[in-house]
Design a protein around this ligand. Structure first.
Ligand SMILES: NC(=O)c1ccc[n+]([C@@H]2O[C@H](COP(=O)([O-])OP(=O)(O)OC[C@H]3O[C@@H](n4cnc5c(N)ncnc54)[C@H](O)[C@@H]3O)[C@@H](O)[C@H]2O)c1
Length: 256
């Protein structure tokens, strides 16, 4: 276990670690001394991440799990406890984007988005909180979105999940404050990640779509996964020791 860095000696579980914001955060947390339990359903992508962390001298384990499965989440947390016998940080970051107006959505699409984006946070929190209580504290960070505050067209389902995450975060923050468990959410604006690129190319004219996305953000560009990772690092580290229940908007001014 590392003794140097802002997260020295900490064990961090990060979901959605194989790509985008989760990947950048896993690399940064490991660089800052955390032992990273990288959880993703993309086994190959996750293996590549862990290999990179180890090559850089960091500590990480790849755990393959579907974050919406109670059984797989329980197994992943058991693997973390078996490996390190503790957990300090839970970064619930995995999520998917679903588009379409409400009358066009299927029940399966609705349930899948809520299962991956919201239920996963309940499942992971439920699995790690007993260890936090025993250890005398812990930190949870949930990835919401700036759309929890400023809606965009054609994103009702996604926005509903991200609003739910904001409410869940605040409720958990009040419920566990006395137990020294801090709970916050990260609210990214439009960020250049593999999922964003896939969405752009699915809409055809990538250049035009990119321009439209950029136009929503007063700072005049997309965010980067590395910028999101730096904000996440702040929120899970002791630098944010007095921060709980907050929604940290890192969105180029999109929510203004
Ligand atoms: N990129 C953006 O513009 C943006 C903006 C606001 C919020 N967010 C949120 O940030 C988070 C990360 O987004 P990203 O853009 O980095 O996405 P991404 O698609 O680039 O990465 C998401 C990762 O989550 C994993 N994942 C998806 N479903 C999973 C499941 N069921 N079980 C396990 N792993 C699963 C994927 O395999 C992938 O590695 C999401 O919650 C997303 O909603 C992203």
């Amino acid at each position: 276990m590392s003794t140097e860095g802002k997260l020295a000696g900490k064990v961090a579980v990060i979901t959605g670690s194989a790509a985008g914001i989760g990947r950048a955060s896993s690399l940064l947390f490991a660089k800052e001394g955390a032992s990273v339990a990288a959880v993703d359903c993309d086994q190959a992508g996750n293996a590549g991440l862990v290999e990179e962390i180890r090559r850089n001298g960091g500590i990480a384990e790849a755990l393959t799990a579907d974050v919406s499965s109670a059984e797989e989440v329980e197994r992943a947390v058991q693997q973390v406890m078996a490996r390190w016998n503790k957990v300090d940080i839970l970064f619930n970051n995995a999520g998917i984007v679903g588009g379409g107006k409400v009358h066009t959505l299927t029940e399966e699409e609705w349930d899948r988005s809520f299962a991956i984006n919201v239920k996963s946070m309940f499942l992971f929190s439920r699995a790690v909180i007993p260890a936090f209580l025993q250890q005398g504290g812990g930190v949870i960070l949930n990835t919401s979105s700036t759309t929890a505050f400023r809606v965009v067209a054609d994103r009702a389902l996604y926005t509903a999940t991200k609003g739910a995450i904001y409410s869940l975060t605040k409720s958990m923050a009040i419920d566990y404050a006395a137990d020294r468990i801090r709970v916050n959410c990260l609210c990214p604006g439009t960020t250049d990640t593999p999922s964003l690129r896939a969405r752009l190319s699915a809409r055809g004219n990538t250049e035009e779509m990119t321009k439209q996305f950029i136009a929503r953000q007063p700072l005049g560009r997309l965010g980067t996964a590395e910028e999101m990772a730096k904000a996440a690092l702040y929120l899970v580290s002791d630098d944010a020791s007095f921060v709980t229940g907050s929604a940290f908007q890192i969105d180029g001014g999109m929510s203004l």
